[in-house]
Design a binder for this molecule. Structure first.
Ligand SMILES: NC(=O)c1ccc[n+]([C@@H]2O[C@H](COP(=O)([O-])OP(=O)(O)OC[C@H]3O[C@@H](n4cnc5c(N)ncnc54)[C@H](OP(=O)(O)O)[C@@H]3O)[C@@H](O)[C@H]2O)c1
Length: 274
């Protein structure tokens, strides 16, 4: 980023925070999320489930969702067995009516929204980017980028009613360095880095922080499908979903009260530079 662009962004963030009466009242060094309500999309498995667990263990009431009711039921049972306050529903984030249903159900059952973790992503294409079609681009950009923004747009008015909130997007190391054969998916993950930076200054005046995590290669169903398609070994250490979930919970806590517009890479040392 050019120095000029970066200084424009920070001036804009600081201008908002200086005039925000709520920001000055934050207490420091609090990891507790007691009393907070957190929506985590695509949260019945992998990183989303680990994020729900990390938020729930810190006291948040978590709302888990994914496309399949059976997966939602399983995740709710698991989280309840860990004494986490949890509500679950189906939601395909690519569908507008599902996004609205998720938000309305959260308001009806939990009384408000403080946290959104936008975690859902799809990758329907593996191969040379030049072979990708318009349909593939529409699907990937719609689910991975547009839905992340539209979910944010839906929850922001409710966060404002609570005096602030937190949004965390789940990008990827591929957003910094496109992975071979994952061109369109990688581009969608780069877009989330931009979305984080575009939203943070706009929402600072509402005391809403917007951050992002960029995981490396994490041991999940999603990455095992990608790893199976690669020929030859992957010479890196795999991360665990919990190692990303904890960072997401940190970003949503008061301990991160001075962090916004930031992407934290969780890669076990893989270099990340745009
Ligand atoms: N694993 C990695 O190495 C890695 C690395 C970097 C970034 N990421 C990112 O991390 C996020 C989660 O990936 P993961 O590896 O944790 O995946 P995962 O373990 O395969 O879990 C995917 C979850 O998403 C749900 N899901 C899939 N499509 C959905 C949709 N359209 N709407 C709502 N829910 C949906 C699935 O449940 P249903 O089937 O019931 O819908 C499931 O709960 C993604 O954004 C991915 O790009 C992963």
């Amino acid at each position: 980023m050019q120095r000029h662009e970066s200084s424009v962004m920070f001036r804009s963030v600081f201008r908002c925070i200086r005039t925000n009466p709520v920001a000055g009242q934050r207490s420091m060094s609090q990891s507790s999320l007691a009393g907070k309500v957190a929506i985590v999309t695509a949260s019945t498995d992998g990183i989303g489930l680990a994020a729900a667990q990390a938020l729930g263990k810190r006291g948040a009431h978590v709302v888990v969702s994914s496309r399949r009711q059976a997966n939602v039921n399983k995740a709710v049972t698991l989280l309840q067995s860990q004494s986490i306050q949890v509500t679950g529903t189906t939601c395909n984030v690519g569908k507008g009516e599902d996004r609205e249903k998720l938000v309305q159900m959260t308001l009806d059952q939990c009384g408000g929204i403080d946290i959104l973790v936008s975690n859902a992503a799809v990758n329907p294409f593996f191969g040379n980017i030049m072979d990708s079609t318009e349909d593939i681009w529409d699907k990937i950009l719609s689910v991975n980028v547009k839905s992340a923004f539209l979910m944010t747009k839906l929850v922001v008015p409710h966060m404002e009613k609570r005096g602030g909130g937190n949004v965390v997007f789940v990008s990827s190391v591929a957003g910094y360095q496109p992975m071979q054969a994952l061109g369109p998916y990688s581009v969608s993950k780069t877009a989330l880095l931009g979305l984080t930076r575009a939203l943070a200054p706009e929402l600072a005046h509402s005391n809403i922080r917007v951050n992002c995590v960029a995981p490396g290669v994490i041991k999940t169903r999603f990455s095992s499908a990608v790893r199976r398609k690669r020929h030859g070994p992957l010479c890196i250490t795999l991360g665990e979903p919990e190692e990303v979930g904890g960072v997401i919970a940190f970003l949503c806590s008061e301990e991160a009260s001075y962090i916004t517009g930031e992407t934290i890479t969780v890669t076990g040392g893989i270099g990340c530079r745009l």
